[in-house]
Design a protein around this ligand. Structure first.
Ligand code: SME
Length: 213
């Protein structure tokens, strides 16, 4: 049985602060890597890892695979626009909760919708930096995870089907370059793992945008 409170995908390791109980081994509030998790199980003769830790490891592996794929699609685009379009399409296919996926870029105090994929177009193709969940995320530089859009006064409605939304800023060297915006038809669709995964995806985009600007 294990409880893990944070993950770091950036160095491809399971870096976490965990309470892990494995056989007669109890590790509390310590940082350790994937190999360290396996060690107690081997030393106590256990052949399987605790179920929750296994699940988290599987999710981390999936995230790494997905991030690798996202890097790849950017590399294959023939233009900046086509690369970003492939990026949102690939990202949307990775999770059925990701119903609408867009990338907004910052231009002259506004967010401009650069690429999107979903069932419908949005009327919000230009959003002033101070407005909406999108404007808030870009101005604050923080990931904004809204579990119930109908309860958030910042929310600008695009689609009646949307129940939750996550907006992840794309940080350049000096400022916020844009953001990933995802709408879901499920309430509270986005977890801490989505936040971490999308923040890594945003880093990939940041490198791409700076190289191609
Ligand atoms: N809901 C966003 C506007 C963009 S649409 O979701 C595509 C907001 O509140 O800023």
């Amino acid at each position: 049985m294990g409880f893990c409170s944070s993950f770091d995908f950036s160095n491809a390791s399971l870096l976490q602060s965990c309470h892990l109980i494995s056989g007669n081994v109890i590790l509390q509030k310590t940082e350790f890597r994937q190999n360290d998790i396996r060690a107690p199980a081997r030393s106590t003769g256990l052949t399987t890892l605790p179920r929750q830790v296994m699940n988290e490891q599987s999710k981390e592996k999936l995230s790494e695979k997905n991030l690798h794929e996202l890097r790849g699609v950017l590399g294959k685009g023939t233009t900046r626009k086509s690369a970003l379009q492939s990026f949102v399409e690939t990202l949307r296919k990775m999770d059925t909760r990701y119903n609408w996926v867009g990338i907004y870029l910052v231009r002259d105090g506004n967010l401009l919708l650069e690429s999107w994929v979903g069932e419908q177009a949005t009327e919000h193709v230009t959003i002033p930096l101070g407005q909406g969940v999108c404007g808030y995320a870009a101005s604050s530089g923080e990931t904004v995870n809204v579990p119930d859009v109908n309860k958030d006064p910042r929310y600008l409605m695009c689609f009646p089907s949307t129940k939750s939304e996550i907006v992840v800023p794309i940080h350049g060297e000096k400022n916020v370059l844009g953001e990933i915006d995802i709408d879901s038809d499920k309430v509270a669709a986005f977890t801490m793992l989505d936040e971490r995964f999308l923040e890594e995806a945003a880093k990939i985009l940041a490198g791409f945008l700076e190289r191609t600007s």
